[in-house]
Design a protein around this ligand. Structure first.
Ligand SMILES: Nc1ncnc2c1ncn2[C@@H]1O[C@H](COP(=O)(O)OP(=O)(O)OP(=O)(O)O)[C@@H](O)[C@H]1O
Ligand SMILES: [Mg+2]
Length: 402
């Protein structure tokens, strides 16, 4: 047995070496930064947006580019985001500490940054001299000043050195700054030609509206790229190869196909289920060569889903009974024709109530819309939650018949 380390990773961005497919997407991110243009990368949750950003940024950095990559999700204020951008900019400037501080002061003069280098952590910390408690307007102005500063920094680099700003979970910036932020950011960004901008996010409805509605400031500001599923063939080949490398047998390719179907091709869930299968196979070592079968797959699915039982129970018990019925109907109808009269009847409420319930489920990131064949299909954001609902219903039935 060559490798005893589980080769299936899930949770958090993965580097280029672990990425299956995504050549087009990473190339587009790289090109955007090299050309100083603008890109919106939009996709459902856990489809691998951050991994694409990471892989592209690492490749560009290896070729000498300056790429500032920030995640807006955990930030609590725009000033915090600005401080991160300036601190990361500092880490790319050459020279002794005092020189870097001088350069920062030059590029980001309007922000009056106070920078300190933490020797233990080997990172820069920045606080803004202009920081005020007035988050709204001041926060946006600081962000605009930071972007203008970054453009100055970029212009001071040789032409061969691309500079890029990548903001992941960009919708958070709009949440914090409001629509005012969009207009102000647009007027700054459209004047920049040296910095390449990549804005990514998973709140697909908000980001799509922001970039596709002609009355919104970000309309046609840049290219919009949607992140879809990883091609099945590629994922299947990766799973089969990784299992074989660990000394396991894949008797029948249809089992790998079933794995992808059960995970609804969501990369995170595919990796989680494959990880669970790997553990299951490892535990059967000793009695012949462990083989991935439909039975192993089923056990692994139950294990992967039930590990999340406390989380799913928490979510489920907070839902109204109409929302619970609506979720059951989405499973039964495979997310299609949800507003038709017969389906609404099975949910047991007036059509307007069902409509509101579905909207609430979308807003809680439990369901998402997926366009297919000119129609909108409702899907679970997390396909394992749908399995949990099915498993729970089956257990209740079994318990009830005893
Ligand atoms: N191209 C890929 N090849 C293999 N696994 C992938 C790929 N993309 C994503 N994954 C799996 O999905 C997980 C989540 O990826 P990532 O964090 O990049 O997604 P995301 O879209 O940014 O998610 P979130 O919406 O939670 O921010 C990874 O840890 C990995 O297991
Ligand atoms: Mg992400």
């Amino acid at each position: 047995m060559e490798s005893l380390r589980n080769p299936f990773w899930f949770g958090g961005d993965i580097g280029a070496e672990g990425l299956v497919d995504r050549d087009t997407e990473t190339a587009q991110v790289e090109r955007t930064i090299r050309d100083g243009s603008k890109l919106f990368l939009i996709g459902p949750r856990r489809f691998g947006k951050s991994s694409i950003l990471r892989a592209a940024s690492e490749r560009l950095a290896a070729k000498g580019a300056i790429v500032i990559r920030v995640d807006a999700d955990p930030i609590s204020s725009l000033n915090e985001l600005v401080e991160n951008i300036v601190a990361l900019s500092a880490s790319h400037l050459r020279g002794k500490v005092h020189q870097v501080i001088d350069d920062l002061g030059k590029f980001f003069s309007r922000l009056r940054p106070e920078a300190k280098f933490d020797i233990n952590e080997r990172e820069w910390n920045v606080t803004l001299g202009v920081r005020t408690d007035d988050e709204g307007a001041r926060g946006i102005q600081n962000l605009v000043d930071a972007l203008n500063g970054l453009e100055k920094l970029a212009l001071a680099q040789p032409v061969s050195k691309p500079v890029g700003l990548v903001i992941d979970e960009f919708q958070r910036v709009v949440e914090l700054g409001g629509q005012r932020a969009e207009a102000q950011l647009r007027s700054a960004i459209q004047q920049h030609s040296r910095v390449g901008y990549v804005f990514a996010g998973s709140n697909t409805r908000l980001l799509t509206a922001m970039t596709m509605n002609h009355d919104r400031p970000f309309y046609r500001l840049g290219t919009v790229m949607t992140v879809g599923a990883v091609p099945r063939q590629d994922f299947a080949a990766f799973i089969t190869k990784s299992l074989r490398k660990s000394g396991f047998r894949v008797a029948d390719p249809t089992v790998v196909n079933s794995l992808l179907t059960l995970a609804e091709d969501v990369p995170y869930n595919v990796q989680s289920l494959a990880n669970s299968c790997w553990n299951e196979l490892l535990s059967t070592r000793g009695a012949g060569q462990p083989t991935l079968t439909a039975d192993v797959l089923q056990k692994s699915l139950i294990r992967a889903v039930m590990e999340l039982d406390p989380i799913y129970t928490g979510t489920w018990t907070k839902l109204t009974s109409i929302q619970q019925n609506a979720l059951r109907a989405v499973i039964r109808e495979k997310g299609k024709g949800m507003s038709s009269a017969p389906v609404v009847r099975t949910i047991g409420a007036a059509s307007s109530t069902v409509h509101r319930s579905l909207e609430a489920l979308r807003n809680q990131n439990i369901l998402r819309d997926e366009p297919a064949d000119g129609k909108i299909q409702l899907r679970f954001d997390d396909p394992f939650f749908a399995h949990w609902i099915r498993m729970r219903a089956m257990n209740l039935k079994i318990a009830g018949s005893l």
